[in-house]
Design a protein around this ligand. Sequence first.
Ligand SMILES: NC(=O)c1ccc[n+]([C@@H]2O[C@H](COP(=O)([O-])OP(=O)(O)OC[C@H]3O[C@@H](n4cnc5c(N)ncnc54)[C@H](OP(=O)(O)O)[C@@H]3O)[C@@H](O)[C@H]2O)c1
Length: 273
Amino acid sequence: MIAAPRVPLSDGSSIPQLGVGTYKVPAEVTADLVAGALAAGYRHVDTAALYGNEREVGEGLRASGLAREDVFVTTKVWNDDQGFDETLRAFDASAERLGLDRVDLYLIHWPIPSADRYLDTWRALVRLQEEDRVTSIGVSNFSPVHIERLRDETGVLPVVDQVELHPRFPQRELVEWNTQHGIVTESWAPLARGGLLDAPVLAEIAARYGKTPAQVVIRWHLDRGLVVFPKSVSLDRLRENGDVFDFTLDADDHARIATLDTGERTGRNPDLD
Ligand SMILES: NC(=O)c1ccc[n+]([C@@H]2O[C@H](COP(=O)([O-])OP(=O)(O)OC[C@H]3O[C@@H](n4cnc5c(N)ncnc54)[C@H](OP(=O)(O)O)[C@@H]3O)[C@@H](O)[C@H]2O)c1
């Protein structure tokens, strides 16, 4: 049974540190996969309007039979829906697809600085939180300069910043800045989309603990206090990814994993949009 600890958020709520990612999980397998992951002990699902599977995430939640308050659900407003009124409408549509009255965490998916609408979008998230339609509000792919603008204009800081983060691109400065501001960092593409799992250093560390390279990388995120939700279409792999609470990495392991830092992203640089 997967028993992820909860990480406190600055608004008084908390989030399970390990969850299930659903980007590129085809809609036709999503409901069964989400229900299976919840049966295996996961209590946190990360989706987005963009992923085209919110309806099926909702089906999986209901099929699990779990109480609503026992599962943490994140979704995100997509770039085309930024703006105050547009975001309120996009939220209604996401909530309807999910079949939920209230979402645990609602994020601005990307800042898109060139469109300059993320501030109005943030004001809509603040409104949704005031109306108790979302418990917590946060951002994704935001840099300190964008977060400072939200704070300066609205007085409300996001509780999380969800960014690309993995051993090849560990984002140490951003994590430090977020921590100093009480913002929890969430790692997207935590396994670098599978691209770094054949690194010999991971195989060596994994062999020492009787674990797999993916489990070592997930443990690396957890040890750093990050919130993480690896994606897999395989329930066996999701179970493997959740079997990470019976070991921790030592300082030497972390130093060796640090050698994988090449500064390479798998996705685009959000500051350049
Ligand atoms: N906010 C954003 O802009 C943003 C962007 C990207 C992602 N995300 C979120 O972050 C989540 C995770 O990121 P991601 O899906 O891009 O990448 P990821 O979790 O780093 O990697 C997923 C890949 O790793 C493979 N994999 C998973 N578990 C494995 C294991 N135990 N052994 C070997 N391979 C394994 C999967 O293959 P199989 O599926 O074939 O098992 C898939 O190809 C997303 O699903 C989404 O919820 C957010």
